[in-house]
Design a protein. Structure first.
Length: 501
């Protein structure tokens, strides 16, 4: 066969294929000669450009190649610093925070100089491509019931980072109590009409805050009010919102027979709207104070001389547990593993006990006065309690004070003394564990005066003249001294302050 004939048999497509094979062969040979010099990189950062809250406790970094664990951990930087611990699952690093990230803060994550797992075998050629990520935390926002002329009885939001105030409810409603939803987008509240003097005529509503759960979402419309539960046939006495925001527990009494009262529950959908068919009464004997458990599946109710744990379901006839020695649950830790419970003693003293799901019962504090409230910090390492002690002033008087108890060592530190005989104090610990809110209510001195129907009143019915909101910084237990714990009065006139989650 002649050369001309061979040339004719090789078509253009064949020539292209042969050329491509030659080029690929050269490239393969070059890669084999040089080795794999492609730099590893971060493929995904789970908090990239996200806004996080206290419930966000860990982030992950996913790498393109197996990494040298120690070199990543040594070169990972978070600015400002966030203490945490690392764990690995293949090419994925999980970083778990030891404490919640500070609210109102922008964070930057940097990683450079980390090595590929096999880089030591090849002369440390493969260092990671430098990576920078960023995320923010929610603004520090509080809610309270206003006490001045414009905000009187209305639900108010205050953003401490932006220094912006927002009134959520109209002037014709007097807010009695409230609880924010975990995503901050709504607040559940009970209120009566301003011209109705009956404190038991409350209805239950939700109102939108104008805050969105995600930084990338569109701004929500505030002040949208929905009626959740009316007072047509029943009086709504108290309520509690479950930690997951899906269930309301309500203590209700029949309007035509106030002695007929009990505990009810109502399910909410993902938009916070009630499922009317789910309004059910729990089959249990009437009880006193109650609180929904952290898993949102049960409610702890004071019954007789003890506390019953009742499942939130209509057909439940028996409690999940009954604690006869404790008359009241003051607080649960966030994970539900611990509870602060009150024991009433025969010598007229009261104890706060730490009760755990491991069967441990530790007495923490005893008083001859009152135990107003207790709250765990987000890490459940400390317990904060508002306690009163009896003092001799020629007549019966109680001195309220705030005490911090280290749950590991059971050491106590009194943080703050409050005005004598003031029982209507509310406190709220910030979700990032950096501060505590409390109020100071000034009652109307003249108890014989005829008061208008829209007069604000405390939980025990005492008329309010004015009220202020205070902020107390929280420091590590070992750093607390009488000189560095000083409360600051905020430029707000109201009561029942509460941090948004």
């Amino acid at each position: 066969m002649t050369r001309l004939t061979i040339t004719k048999l090789i078509q253009p497509l064949d020539r292209l294929a042969i050329a491509t094979m030659l080029i690929l062969s050269l490239l393969i040979g070059f890669i084999i000669w040089e080795g794999d010099a492609v730099k590893p990189n971060v493929r995904a950062f789970s908090w990239q450009n996200q806004q996080i809250g206290a419930d966000d406790t860990s982030f992950s970094l996913t790498f393109s190649r197996p990494m040298d664990d120690k070199s990543v951990e040594d070169n990972l930087k978070i600015v400002p610093p966030l203490a945490g611990k690392t764990s690995w699952a293949g090419r994925r690093l999980v970083y778990t925070l030891l404490s919640p990230a500070a609210y109102g803060t922008s964070y930057k994550l940097e990683l450079q100089g980390a090595k590929d797992k096999f880089s030591a075998e090849e002369g440390n050629k493969r260092l990671i491509q430098p990576f920078t990520g960023s995320f923010t935390t929610r603004d520090r926002v509080i809610a309270y019931i206003g006490a001045n002329a414009v905000e009187k009885g209305r639900l108010v939001l205050y953003d401490l980072n932006q220094e912006q105030k927002k009134i959520l409810t109209p002037p014709n409603l007097i807010v009695m109590d409230f609880a924010p939803f975990p995503n901050r987008e709504k607040i559940l509240f009970s209120a009566r009409f301003a011209q109705d003097p009956d404190l038991l005529s409350t209805q239950i509503y939700t109102v939108t805050t104008g805050i969105t759960a995600k930084a990338t979402s569109q701004t929500a419309q505030p002040n949208k009010i929905d009626l959740i539960l009316d007072n047509k046939d029943f009086q709504n006495l108290k309520f509690d919102l479950s930690p997951d925001g899906t269930t309301i527990a309500i203590q209700r009494g029949k309007r035509d027979n106030p002695g007929e009262f009990g505990l009810w529950y109502l399910r909410l959908n993902s938009d916070g709207q009630p499922d009317r068919r789910s309004l059910k009464q729990l089959r249990s004997q009437p009880g006193g104070d109650f609180i929904i458990t952290p898993d949102s599946k049960a409610v702890a109710v004071a019954q007789g001389q003890g506390t019953a744990i009742l499942p939130l379901q209509e057909d439940a006839t028996k409690p999940l547990d009954f604690l006869p020695q404790y008359s009241l649950v003051q607080a649960f830790s966030k994970d539900g593993s611990q509870a602060a419970m009150v024991k009433f003693n025969t010598d007229y003293t009261r104890d706060v006990f730490l009760v755990t799901n491991q069967g441990i019962n530790k007495p923490l504090i005893k008083t001859k006065g009152s135990i107003l409230s207790c709250q765990f910090d987000p890490n459940a390492t400390n317990l904060y309690c508002l306690i009163t002690q009896l003092i001799s002033k020629g007549q019966y008087a109680e001195q309220p004070y705030l005490v911090e108890i280290n749950l590991k060592t059971q050491q106590q530190k009194a943080l703050l003394m409050l005005p004598i005989n003031q029982h209507n104090i509310h406190m709220s610990i910030s979700p990032d564990n950096l501060g505590l809110l409390f109020d100071q209510v000034v009652p109307i001195a003249d108890t014989t005066a005829v008061l208008p129907n829209d007069t604000l009143k405390t939980d025990d019915g005492q008329p309010i003249a004015s009220s202020s909101v205070w902020f107390l910084p929280l420091l590590p237990f070992t750093e607390i001294t009488p000189t560095n714990i000083k409360p600051e009065q905020l430029p707000l006139f109201g009561f029942n302050p509460c941090w948004l989650p």
